[in-house]
Design a protein around this ligand. Structure first.
Ligand code: SF4
Ligand code: SF4
Length: 427
């Protein structure tokens, strides 16, 4: 959609600045009251959700022109959706995230490109992954595991590892562990191996919509050919794009799409996965943006005035996945879950999203350190997440901080509790 389709959203902004804060009735302390990494770090209104809308309106009405400086402000943003979730508490008629996405598409159309993102997109086109790693090595993470190759035989469950899990050596045990949990529970699982491609969601977020559509088409045909009934991914980004972006682009996958935390929850409930071993630590859980507020399923478009839009079609962030990971953590013998101040749809971003990790890694680390400080303020001994991008940036930030807190994925903890791994192997 062109930027002009969001004119009413941009004109509707009342400059109240609520998009910079956790909604006021949810604030527990001033230390952790802010929600937007971009405005927190740069402290100029233009960097906030509202500021970007004002810039968009100014360009649309011809009062200013896009330039490199404006493009940089637009991209120094994790696209975490926190501004949108806060604005929606007070306003029904503004879809802030959609405006931010549209501004990026506008930057690409007008040729205002970020060098690091151009390199990422070039690598994506060449090797079909966000990390620019060789395509023919994509399936190596699963080496030696008794999993089906969906290019040769059908399987009930298609496991989609995603780009980061396919290549990040530090996270290899986690993605192998996620697959092992499914196999341990007796599920009939297949992977696409070297034929798996990027979901295309990050390309969409960077403003490269044609590439995103190509990867969605590719994924759709692979899923159809696999005859799988369920798609499971341990990547929160992929999950959000399959559930929201794909149907919005008219490419809904004809299978049930689940994040690994939902599957683990189901397997515990059905008794097919048993937590036998204890994990006696105080845990806190970080809601990945793409599993939480950005992980809401697509519910359809509303063509009339947004003031008349029913609550069920409003993308408020409340319909994301919040309980499944927490239920898994609550099922751990000996563990205790303590919550941070900014949680669920008002969670602080890990810092890695929206192309920030690729273009502005210092900013990503800064945001991750802020979250680790929040986790440490609870007294937690381990910060648990459910996304490889969170895991990557939290681990790097914790190392720089010499932080005395374990950084783990929910899969790591589950592996210990079912007895596949020993605590000493993980931490
Ligand atoms: S985007 Fe929403 S919350 Fe932010 S200033 Fe505008 S109306 Fe207020
Ligand atoms: S998407 Fe996140 S980083 Fe970007 S303006 Fe909104 S709250 Fe700030």
């Amino acid at each position: 959609m062109p930027l002009s389709d969001y004119q009413a959203d941009m004109e509707g902004c009342s400059r109240c600045s609520s998009c910079k804060w956790v909604p006021y009735n949810q604030i527990k302390s001033w230390r952790f009251a802010k929600n937007c990494p971009s405005i927190c770090r740069y402290n100029i209104h233009a960097y906030s959700g509202s500021g970007k809308m004002i810039m968009g309106l100014s360009m649309l009405s011809g009062r200013s022109n896009l330039n490199d400086g404006i493009a940089e402000i637009i991209y120094r943003c994790q696209l975490c959706g926190a501004c949108d979730a806060a604005c929606k508490v007070y306003r029904d008629d503004i879809d802030l995230t959609e405006v931010l996405l549209e501004l990026r598409s506008h930057c690409v159309e007008q040729g205002f490109l970020i060098l690091e993102h151009m390199a990422t997109i070039d690598a994506l086109k060449k090797e079909d992954n966000m990390l620019g790693e060789p395509k023919d090595k994509r399936g190596e993470w699963a080496w030696g595991l008794p999993v089906k190759d969906i290019n040769k035989e059908s399987a009930e469950v298609l496991f989609h590892a995603g780009c980061r899990y396919s290549y990040d050596q530090d996270l290899r045990d986690t993605v192998r562990g996620a697959l092992m949990l499914l196999l341990e529970a007796g599920l009939d699982v297949g992977i696409a191996g070297a034929e798996e491609s990027c979901c295309g969601g990050r390309a969409y977020e960077l403003g490269y919509r044609g590439e995103a559509e190509n990867y969605a088409d590719d994924m759709l045909s692979r899923v159809k050919a696999s005859q799988a009934k369920m798609l499971v991914t341990p990547c929160a980004d992929g999950y959000a794009h399959f559930r929201y972006l794909y149907p919005r682009m008219g490419r809904e996958l004809p299978v049930e799409v689940l994040h690994i935390s939902q599957v683990i929850e189901r397997l515990i409930e059905s008794g097919n996965l048993k937590f036998r071993k204890s994990f006696p630590l105080l845990l806190t859980y970080h809601d990945p943006c793409h599993l939480g507020r950005m992980g809401e399923p697509y519910l359809g478009e509303w063509k009339e005035s947004k003031l008349d839009r029913p609550m069920s079609l409003k993308r408020s962030g409340r319909k994301g996945i919040y309980e499944s990971p927490r239920n898994v953590l609550r099922a751990i013998p000996g563990a205790k879950l303590v919550e941070m101040e900014r949680i669920r749809e008002y969670s602080w971003c890990c810092g890695a999203g929206g192309g920030v990790l690729e273009a502005y890694p210092d900013f990503a680390l800064w945001a991750a350190k802020e979250r680790i400080e929040e986790a440490q303020s609870t007294g937690a001994e381990a910060l648990i997440s459910a996304c490889p991008w969170c895991e990557r940036v939290f681990s790097d930030a914790a190392r720089e901080m010499n932080a005395r807190i374990e950084i783990l994925d929910i899969v790591d903890v589950a592996l210990i509790c079912v007895g596949v791994k020993e605590i000493a192997e993980i931490i």
